[in-house]
Write a protein that binds this ligand. Sequence first.
Ligand code: IOT
Ligand code: MG
Length: 507
Amino acid sequence: MPTLPDTIGFSVWIGTPDPLLADPPPFAALGQRVPIVGGTAGLGGIAISPGTDAAAPLTSDGELTVLFAGELYNRDRLAAAVDGGAPGTDAQLLLACCQRYGVSAFRLVSGRFAAVVVGPRRVVVATDHAGSVPLYLRLSEAGMTVATEAKVLAAGATGRLDSPPGTAPVPGIRGLHRIRAGTAVAVDRTSGRWHWPARAVRTWAPAYGRSIPDPDDAVAAVADRLTAAVHARASGEPVTVVLSGGIDSSAVAALATAATGPVATVSLGTDAGDEFDAARAVARHLGTDHTELKLPAADLIAELPWAVAAAEIDDPEVLEYLLPLVALYRRLPATPRRILTGYGADIPLGGMHRTTEPLELLDGVIAADMDSFDGLNELSPLLSGVAGHWSTHPYWDRDVLDLLVSLEPGLKRRHGRDKWVLREAMRGRLPQQTLCRPKLGIHEGSGLTSAWNRMLRDAGVPAGAVPDAKRAMARSLYASAVLCAVRPDEIRIDDVLAEVAEEGGAQ
Ligand code: IOT
Ligand code: MG
C-alpha cells in the first residue's frame, strides 16, 4: 500500500460552533470521517482520512494548533531550517516552521496542502502556492468556518458578504470566499474578539521576468528539477501514473520508474477515441504494469456530475479536461492509490498553444494562463478524492513551475517544436517517437469533445448553440452538485440534457 497523506480534507469552525456545518457534511471526498476536537484552540469539525487507520488531524504545542491536509515536498530543507532534527509528520513540521517564522512559514513550504493555524492571537488559513487544495471560508463576527469543499459550506447564505483580502467570491454562494492561490489569510483575535478585516499575506506569485540560460543548461535544469519533484512524490512508493503517451505524462512515468522501480500506468480511451498505441509504446519501453480502460463515450459524459462535484466549477472547457481523469480514477480498483499526472505542463510551457509561432504571442498566453488558473481547480485532489485516491502533479511543483515559467519563450518553442526544453530534457529516457509526438489534449484524445457535441446535436441543439448548451449543462450540474450538494449518483445526465435542449430551443 502506498503512503497517502493522513488528512485529505476537512471542515472546521474556529471560534463559535457553526450551526451551518451540516452533520454529516456532504463531502464528495471518499474516506474516513475523523472528528476534530481542539478544545483549547476553540476549533471543531471533521477531517477526512484516506486510510482506515486515521491519525489525529491536529498537531499542537499548547500555543499553536495546526490542522493540515495534504503533503509537503521540501521536508528535509524545512527540517534543516527549523532545527535540523527528524522532520516528523508534515503537520509537525509546519508547526515548527510557524513557531520560527510566523506566517512567513507559508513562503518556505513547498507542497500540496490546505492548512489552518490557530494561535492565541491569530488564525491563519492558507493554501499552497498553486492553491492546489481548494479552501473556502465563511466569516461571521463570532468566528470563521473553513472547508476544503465549497458544497460543505453552501447551505445558508449568512456571514460577511464582502470578500476579505486574499480571497475571491465563490460563484452562486453568498458569503462564501475561496482562499487565493499562494495566499495566507490572517485574522487577529484578542480575548475571543475577532479583528476584522482579515489580512492577506501573499506567499507566492508567478514570475513575469524571463531568464536566458544557455539552452543546454536549461535542458539540464528542467531534467534536474523534474526528477526532484517526481522523487519527492514517488520515492520508494508504488505509484500509478495516468499516461496518455504524450511527452508530459511519459516524462513523469519515466522519472517515476527511475525513482521507485516498476510503476503502474493506466490509459483511458473510449469508442470515440483513444491514445492507446502511444501509451503502450511508452509502457513497453519503461516496463510498466500497464492497463487500458475503454468505455463508451456516453458513459464518459454520464460522469459529468462527478467531475462537477469534484472540481466545483461550471466552466465547460475546463470540465472537458477534467472529466476523463475523474472517470478514470473512478474506474481504478478501490484500494487507495498514489497517482502522479502530467497535468499542468502545458500551462507554463504554452503547450495548449502548440501552433502559436510568434514568441511574443506564446509568452503572452503563458503569462495570461499563469494569471488565470486560480479558481479553475484543475489540480484539486478531489478529482481523484471522489474515488478515494490521492493525486499529485510534478509540473506544478513550486521549483519546477518557477523554472518553467521563467524560461525565455524561445526555449519553449524552438526548431519548430513545442515544449522543446522538456522534450530535450527527456532525450535518451523515452522512445524517439514519444519525444517527437505532437500534443493532443485529453478532451481530443478521448473523443470527449466530439462525443459531447454529437450528444447535444442528437438532442436537437443547433450546431451554433452547442457551446451555450454545454455552458448551460455545466451550470445546471454546478447548481445541483455544488450549490445544493446533491450526490452525483442522484443526478441523471439525461435529465440535464433534456432540460438544456428544451430551454435552448432544440430543433
Ligand atoms: P492533457 O495535457 O492532454 O492531459 C493532462 C494529463 O492527464 C496528462 O499529462 C496525463 O497525465 C493525463 N491524461 C491525458 N490523457 C490521458 C489518457 N487518455 N489516459 C490517461 N491519462 C491521460 C489540458 C489537456 O490538454 O490535458 N491540460 C493542460 C492545461 C489546461 C489549460 N489550463 C489553463 N490554462 N489553466 C495541461 O497543462 O495539462
Ligand atoms: Mg499535457
